[in-house]
Design a protein around this ligand. Structure first.
Ligand code: BGC
Length: 677
């Protein structure tokens, strides 16, 4: 007898789904292709967050629905743990930590009643003005892929389906519903898709199509993207669901394009509409069977698996999970400048400390769109410093709105900390109705923040600027006037505690930037937040800076520490299927600390137009003073390939390559050796 039971094998699931498809009416099949959400509920819930959203499933055939909830800052259903945003987590360069975050998220999705997590956001940061930059992992496809895969692994351990989104080339926010992104084949394959491929290979259960168009076709209707590449070339076995309200534009386009499910409810994937298209011969029954089959197969392969544990309500936002959020905040902060070793602070040498800026005292965990994890309380920077210091030092707070008072106050104190940056109004998902988010109009701080920094720095030489935000903030107007700059991101529920531990040296910062900060925004690719059409070129971020010889304000992969590291003895071993780089990394300072060792492959000798170098490996290590570790990073040979649009295949050039290993993408920070493949 064919039935749903625990721990079904792939073959049993396949047989069951085929059996069900034979029994189902057309309407029952089409029911697998839509969410059961009500538009009005979505708006009432403000950001889709109050509960998981049901879609598909069949009571008659004992197939539960999938229950969608969102992220990536954590599970958005109230009470869940609010982590630092993805961009911050990418700055940790710590894959194990991202998997651990995925593990917590997986548990909380289940405890909140969901079984699908829509929060593996891996769009590429092509330009730092992109409003949703904070939801992703930076400018580099390799980094994006590794982080997306780690989050997927963690989440799916708990039989939660992970959705990688938004497929693809969704890197402008305001124009997302209409923009047509043009790009050539190499750019698509080598720059905008590898991270999705990586997540698909990791086994992510579902893919969310993007709102925008690629080469004239909406991504949710894009046969080339969904059928030829994803389901064809990559052999993706899961299902594809649309991005929310506007991800499908018409019935035939969606069904023929390869979209399996319309979310959060059917506007175009309604029974009557699909039936009509079927009768008119514009879609085929095979397409419907394929979509329904994919959905049921995927659901069954998750819900029938034996759970590794129970998922009680007590798990939601529990102490253990907050500890992971704290670790993530500690590991993600990036020290950008630290002249005169102002940091770490020595509390025995401070009598009075002042904290300036409105973001020191308000809840500011990131955007207010679909990634908003609503938490009652967060540890703000001020609260974190107060928690840390207790009564031992006098702390004075000033919101920085009146420049006169800061001047006097900055004179009186030993240390002046200025907390400035962005919030959900400056950047985030653009939701007109809620007046929030959107792409940024400029990359610098607001004028009043720049004035505040200058006013404080003019009177106090121990001025520490703490930046809050989810993307690159340019600093040219003021960076020479302050000795110390720390990128603290939107750092989640425990952010203030992490900040205090870093400022006072209990934690040695080891984060590195997952993007390039330009000196001059003119060095960045063309960006238009209202574009109807835009061409995405092959180069952006560090590959563009390398190619053009532009000097960035801060290079990709850069971050300081309270200790120093030296790199020596770079060696290379070329094997049949991989290249192995090894290097000695030594802690040459006085404090234990973490270092992110990076490996790049250089293509200077290429016969075709290729980047100067590309990130192909990294690892975060911990070293005690004087300790040396021999670090080994492997690069599979397939990661040397380029996509040849003529032969329609990935090819490996037989040329001399350069292997670089070191502390950042900056040439001076890297040792190099050449080798032949
Ligand atoms: C966003 C998606 C999100 C969905 C549901 C959309 O507007 O673009 O990222 O998953 O809403 O919350």
């Amino acid at each position: 007898m064919i039935e749903v039971k625990k721990d079904m094998s792939d073959i049993e699931i396949e047989n069951y789904v085929n059996h069900v498809l034979n029994q189902m009416s057309l309407e029952e099949k089409i029911n697998q292709m839509k969410g059961n959400g009500l538009f009005i509920k979505v708006i009432e819930d403000r950001g889709f967050g109050k509960r998981a959203y049901d879609a598909a499933g069949s009571t008659r055939f004992n197939i539960p629905p999938f229950k969608f909830t969102d992220g990536p800052r954590g599970v958005i259903i109230p009470g869940s743990t609010c982590f630092p945003v993805s961009m911050a987590r990418a700055a940790s360069w710590d894959i194990d930590l991202e998997q651990k975050i995925g593990d917590v998220i997986g548990k909380e999705v289940r405890a909140q009643g969901g079984n699908l997590f829509g929060g593996v956001c891996i769009n590429l940061l092509r330009h730092p003005a992109w409003g949703r930059a904070q939801e992703t992992y930076g400018e580099d496809p390799f980094l994006l892929g590794e982080f997306g895969a780690a989050l997927t692994r963690g989440v799916q351990e708990h039989n939660v389906m992970a959705t990688a989104k938004h497929f693809a080339a969704n890197s402008i926010e305001n124009a997302r519903f209409k923009v047509n992104v043009k790009m050539d084949e190499r750019t698509l394959r080598e720059v905008y898709l590898p991270h999705f491929k990586r997540c698909a290979e990791e086994g992510c259960a579902t893919i969310m199509s993007a709102y925008n168009k690629i080469r004239g076709k909406y991504c949710g209707h894009n046969e080339y993207l969904l059928r030829d590449i994803l389901k064809g070339d990559w052999n993706f076995k899961g299902f594809v669901h649309s991005d929310w309200m506007y991800g499908v534009k018409d019935t035939v386009g969606g069904v023929t394009g390869g979209l399996d499910v319309e979310m959060p409810r059917a506007r175009y994937f309604k029974y009557k509409k699909i039936k009509k298209a079927l009768e008119a011969g514009k879609v085929t029954e095979a397409m419907i069977d394929e979509a329904a089959g994919r959905v049921m197969r995927t659901i069954l392969s998750y819900v029938t698996k034996e759970d590794p544990q129970k998922y009680e309500k007590e798990l939601i936002g529990c102490e253990e999970h907050y500890k992971v959020a704290l670790e993530a905040a500690e590991k993600s902060m990036v020290l950008l400048k630290n002249e005169n070793n102002i940091l770490p602070l020595n509390k025995n040498k401070i009598n009075k400390l002042a904290i300036f800026g409105k973001y020191a005292r308000v809840k500011n965990t990131g955007d207010h769109g679909s990634s908003n994890v609503s938490v009652k309380e967060v540890i703000t920077p001020l609260k974190g410093i107060e928690n840390y210091l207790g009564d031992s030092i006098e702390i004075v707070y000033h919101n920085g709105s009146n420049n006169k008072r800061p001047n006097n106050l900055s004179k009186e104190v030993d240390i002046a900390i200025v907390v400035v940056g962005l919030n959900y109004k400056d950047e985030g998902e653009y939701i007109k109705e809620f007046r929030t988010g959107g792409d940024r109009d400029k990359l610098s701080l607001h004028d009043e923040d720049i004035d505040l920094i200058k006013a404080v720095a003019a009177e106090n030489e121990n001025c520490i600027v703490v930046l809050i935000g989810g993307s690159a903030i340019t600093m040219e107007e003021w960076k020479e006037q302050v000795p110390t700059i720390l990128m603290a991101w939107y750092s989640g529920v425990e952010g203030g505690n992490a900040l205090a531990k870093i400022l006072f040296g209990d934690v040695n910062p080891g984060g590195k930037l997952p993007f390039t900060i330009p000196k001059d925004p003119k060095h960045l690719p063309y960006f238009d937040k209202n574009a109807d059409e835009i061409e995405y070129g092959y180069y952006h971020g560090y590959t563009l800076f390398d190619k053009k010889g532009y000097e960035p304000a801060v290079p990709f992969g850069f971050g300081l520490s309270y200790t120093t590291f030296s790199y020596n003895n770079l060696q290379i071993e070329v094997k049949n299927d991989k290249v192995i780089g090894t290097i000695d990394v030594k802690n040459t300072g006085k404090l234990a600390g973490d270092e992110v060792v990076q490996l790049y492959i250089g293509f200077e000798q290429s016969q075709i137009d290729r980047p100067v170098k590309l990130l192909r490996g990294f690892t975060r290590i911990r070293l005690n003073p004087n300790e040396t570790k021999n670090i080994k990073i492997e690069v599979p040979k397939k990661n040397f390939a380029w996509y040849n649009p003529e032969s329609k295949s990935w090819e490996i050039e037989k040329i001399k390559y350069t292997l670089y290993m070191g502390a950042s993408s900056k040439t001076d920070d890297l040792l190099s050796v050449q080798f032949q493949l």
